[in-house]
Design a protein around this ligand. Structure first.
Ligand code: C2O
Length: 357
């Protein structure tokens, strides 16, 4: 059976080792079921590469204004930036559980944790998370064409901490103090294979290795081997985190860790990007996940990848607050077609199709 949407009225703080944080959304008794349009909406949002968007001062100003407005919303407003960040925390750090009846587990009413990482829910959950985040930003600046940028870390021009998140930091709502100080030095190349130590290779070598990594993570999968792409099946009553797909592992996790503070230096937490509970507090999160989402988009549109047809995946569901502060239930099934969701990606070179030595 599919994984049910969480019961947000039964949400608990994160566990002690995750700081006992209160990440639960505002309770609500009214749930709206999402209705997918039959044809793409008239206005399509095109998500630009962050390094290209940086050259368009109007876009940068709009994006900064939208995030500033989102940060300024009241504490009770589910659209508020910090509440948005907590949406991720709640779905990742054990805030939600569901009850599994006896027929599944032989123990009456066992509680199972709901977790969206390291399984086939990874891509669809984050697609929906960005969908609502983007619509809230667009609504706040009253611009239906507004689209989030994507961090184009799979191309040499994008293999840096994107400047729009770093420039003029005192005045920039996209800036976050909790990023790795060494990696924010302009010109520092992102290592898609980052572990805990900085790569001693020269920049050209790191870039070349990154392209080979992208090639193997994206293109060494046959179009029908969906577990390698999406992650392992995660069904009702089963243990969370059965296993991640290739991209979730590298470069998704590695870019998170490269961006967050150095976890080998006190306080050793890797905040913000390097840990689930705080990752959404860094505006760069949404650009990183824009490119993760773009990998799903490219896999289908450019490389013949197929979506999973198992109804346990298709009928799994999530809850999010939308731009009108309504609680909306969405399904994996409704996330598959980005055109129907009203967005696509700026088309840029894909230099890892045939990388050279
Ligand atoms: Cu929900 Cu990039 O993690």
């Amino acid at each position: 059976d599919p994984i049910p949407a969480p019961d947000i009225n039964n949400c608990t703080p994160t566990t002690e080792d995750k700081k006992g944080l209160q990440c639960c959304p505002k309770p609500s008794d009214k749930i709206h079921d999402f209705r997918l349009p039959e044809s793409p909406p008239a206005v399509l949002r095109t998500r630009p590469a962050a390094h290209n968007a940086a050259k368009d001062p109007k876009y940068v100003a709009k994006y900064r204004q939208a995030v500033a407005l989102m940060k300024g919303l009241g504490k009770d407003d589910p659209r508020n930036f910090w509440n948005q960040a907590n949406v991720h925390c709640a779905y990742c750090e054990g805030s939600y559980h569901y009850t599994v009846p006896i027929k599944y587990c032989f123990i009456h009413g066992i509680q199972k944790e709901l977790q969206v990482h390291s399984s086939w829910l990874f891509y669809p959950f984050h697609r929906w998370y960005l969908y609502f985040h983007e619509r809230i930003l667009a609504d706040l600046i009253d611009d239906p064409t507004f689209a989030l940028p994507f961090w184009n870390w799979d191309a040499p021009e994008g293999m840096y901490m994107p400047a729009i998140f770093e420039d003029d930091h005192l005045l920039n709502p996209l800036y976050d103090a909790n990023r790795n100080a060494k990696h924010r030095v302009p010109g520092t190349v992102l290592d898609l294979n980052y572990g805990k130590d900085d790569n001693p290779d020269d920049n050209d070598t790191i870039i070349r290795k990154n392209l080979f990594t992208m090639h193997s993570q994206m293109l060494s999968i046959s179009s029908t081997d969906w577990c390698s792409f999406f992650g392992d099946p995660y069904r009702f009553g089963c243990e969370p985190m059965p296993g991640s797909g290739k991209i979730e592992n590298i470069p998704h996790n590695t870019v998170h860790n490269w961006t967050g503070t150095d976890s080998t230096l006190p306080p050793c937490t890797g905040e913000d990007m390097g840990v689930f509970y705080s990752a959404g507090r860094d505006p760069i999160f949404y650009a990183h996940h824009g490119n993760i989402d773009r990998m799903w988009y490219l896999w289908k549109n450019n490389f013949g990848g197929q979506d999973i047809t198992d109804t346990d995946w298709l009928d799994s569901s999530f809850l999010f607050y939308d731009e009108k502060q309504r609680l909306v239930r969405v399904t994996v099934r409704d996330s598959l077609d980005t055109a129907l969701l009203g967005y696509d990606y700026q088309s840029v070179d894909i230099p890892w199709i045939a990388p050279t030595y």
